[in-house]
Design a protein around this ligand. Sequence first.
Ligand code: PLP
Length: 464
Amino acid sequence: MTTDYQTLSEKSKQYLWNPFTQMKGYHEDQPLIIESAEGVKLRDVTGREYYDGVSSVWLNVHGHRVPELDEAIKEQLGKIAHSTLLGMANVPAIELAEQIIRVAPQGLQKVFYSDSGATSVEIAIKMAFQYWQHKGKPEKQSFVTMNNAYHGDTIGAVSVGAIDIYHKAYSKLLFRSYRVDYPYCYRCPVSQEPSSCGFACLEQVESLLTEKAGEIAAFIIEPVVQGASGIITMPSGFLKELRKLCTEHDVLMICDEVATGFGRTGAMFACDHDGVTPDLMCVAKGLTGGYLPVAATLATDEVYNAFLGSYEEKKTFFHGHSYTGNQLGCAVALANLKLFHDRGLVADVADKSGHVAERLEAFSSLKSVGDIRQRGFMIGIELVKDKATKEEYDWQEKIGLLVSRRACELGMILRPLGNVVVFMPPLGSTVAELDEMIDILYKAIEDITEKGVKTRGEGLPHGL
Ligand SMILES: *Cc1c(COP(=O)(O)O)cnc(C)c1O
């Protein structure tokens, strides 16, 4: 290891507090320190290269150092980096809003910017809450979420979150939400078979809404794929049924497309698979191609119009952030959407994901692979102790983390979700690159779960 590395490693331990990281374990190890990247590979300060197998945690689209995206930022820098959007506008923020609405599900008409997935969710929650006040139904104040949902880490977003390991510590700080089951078909919450269930788990949604709609403002959903809970895929047609139930009971539907948006599932938005338009939609991760923190909450005119009134009526949406509508971020997002269009990227992802699916079939011969879930380039492989009984690995065994650390040694960075190995390659990965990544993925699972290979524990990523 170079002196450079040692010095940086020590300073990292002295000064950094990393997100979702147990710093004690981080201190005991040698951290992985990234210095640069090229295409779909990251390079650390010692010169080792790794495939970016989770798209830098679900963000990256065309790879790193994309000339068109780099250029868009440089060009914008020649004009201005940032000015406020409070009560005024800027050029890239306007142009980007138009382009987002052009590709969004039909019926979404307005774009409210912020800077992370969590803030886009906070905004949707506050909009839904205030909407009902303006509509003369202020008693509609509650939210419905789905078990194991993840919507970000700010207090409002955590209040509609439902992953106990992340959220329990803060429970006294949160507002309470109703919870219904997500259709986790591998471990069906209502003990049915997916082939014959007729969406039996929707009955709880229907009875909750029938009973409580009078006090419910909105239902928040991760459409088609529930991400952080372990890449749980929703059966086709399910989202449409949820949309119907929300409409029938006069409850707003918020779709959190922070992870699924911008081509990730093989459609521009996950909602497109079922032809659904939500009342509010949150987007973030892929919006800037993984370059800069820009997020947006999209609204229908029905929601937007409820906020119009004279100054004295106080119907204003009282929310904003310093960097709302940041020009550099909007400029790179515009260039990103242009590349989506020019490269036909969404259709390309749909195509390549067929190849990925074929390659993943071979994984079912591995003893520990219980379930393989995929929508486009969102892939989760659930590892189990016993395939027949679906017995889970104890979380203390950190099986997902061990596989991810092995993958890192083999040249690919992954970040697991418990016992689920997550694979989310950049959308622009070529078939040859995907093949190499899938080879590493296979070997990492095989090495850890069947061959008893030990990882070194140096220069590797940390888990929870
Ligand atoms: C990542 C994620 C968020 C939070 O986004 P941040 O930018 O990390 O705040 C919200 N919702 C979903 C579905 C996500 O995957």
